[in-house]
Design a protein around this ligand. Structure first.
Ligand code: GRG
Length: 295
């Protein structure tokens, strides 16, 4: 096992325990909602966003306990978005992380409430735990996650995505959609991880640029995987973009150009880490993983 693989699996399993502790217990009232929240968040997912938060936190000298709260807040928002995205009123999917989607396993009303409750819990965690010595900084962190997940971030990107079915988008339009829908939360994970420690403005800006590049690269690769990988490998239904007549990097540019674009974003992400030197190793490796992943 490479050093990176072992870092990933150690942090994934640490983080799983953090989530188990922070989520409401399944036997607490209302049991069905709490069980569905745990079903939707635990035992699945690559945990890319928390891993990025851990790596950014390592770079800014943050305490692991603080980074884990910030990472959990981001992961809960991510899990809520997947639960809602899979519902019949959106992507209408039956498979997520290799198991039946939340509304299939439970029911639609429960899935709606799971998303709502996960989102609230994310902000509760960010506000009830001390994540920075500076109260203003902590407020800034709450605002950062709100902006990344709201109508100018993830939810807005999803709205553009739903409105673009069956339409031809230009490359800048597609890019704007994905910067919001996928990129904003990935970028927030990195910045929140770093904000748990201490980092100067210039370094924060460099990290932000890294976040923008890997966030967009993540989506370009997602489009490629949706068209090339199979359902068993992905743990979610492959070929959904084509089935839903959605514009993607693959439909717009073709697979070969989309791969070149991912490689270009990968190189730009690595460039923005140049000033950090050796301590940014994990962020470099995570950029490699995001671009080379197979699921
Ligand atoms: C419902 C407000 C709202 C937003 C939904 C994130 C999203 C917006 C929709 C998910 C659909 C999708 C395929 C988005 C593309 C990229 C993406 C976020 C993929 C899933 O993330 P991974 O690969 O998932 O990190 P795991 O399961 O590993 O956590």
């Amino acid at each position: 096992m490479s050093d990176f693989t072992s870092w990933v699996s150690t942090h994934q399993s640490r983080f799983e325990n953090v989530l188990k502790r922070l989520l409401p217990q399944a036997d607490a009232t209302p049991q069905r909602l709490h069980a569905a929240m745990r079903y939707s968040v635990l035992d699945g997912g690559k945990r890319v966003r928390p891993l990025l938060a851990y790596a950014a936190g390592e770079l800014s000298g943050a305490s692991t306990e603080r980074v884990e709260i910030a990472g959990a807040a981001v992961e809960l928002i991510h899990a809520y978005s997947l639960v809602h995205d899979d519902m019949p009123c959106m992507d209408d999917d039956v498979l997520r992380r290799g198991k039946p989607t939340c509304h299939v396993e439970y029911d639609e009303a429960t899935a709606l409430l799971v998303g709502d409750a996960l989102q609230s819990l994310a902000f509760q965690l960010l506000s009830e735990n001390r994540l920075s010595v500076d109260a203003n900084r902590q407020l800034q962190m709450v605002k950062l996650l709100a902006a990344a997940s709201g109508s100018n971030g993830m939810a807005g990107g999803q709205a553009i995505d739903l409105a673009s079915v069956g339409k031809q988008l230009t490359l800048p339009e597609l890019e704007q959609m994905h910067i919001r829908k996928t990129g904003a939360l990935i970028r927030a994970a990195i910045l929140l991880g770093a904000y748990c420690g201490d980092m100067g403005k210039e370094q924060m800006d460099a990290l932000d640029h890294y976040g923008k590049c890997v966030g967009l690269a993540f989506q370009v690769v997602d489009d490629i995987l949706d068209s090339e990988a199979d359902t068993a490998t992905l743990g979610k239904t492959a070929g959904k973009d084509a089935d839903n007549d959605k514009p993607t990097y693959v439909t717009l540019l073709g697979a070969a150009e989309a791969k070149k674009m991912a490689a270009g974003l990968h190189a730009e992400a690595l460039d923005s880490l140049a000033g950090f030197g050796a301590p940014a190793l994990r962020l470099r490796e995570l950029a490699d993983f995001i671009v080379m992943r197979k699921y």
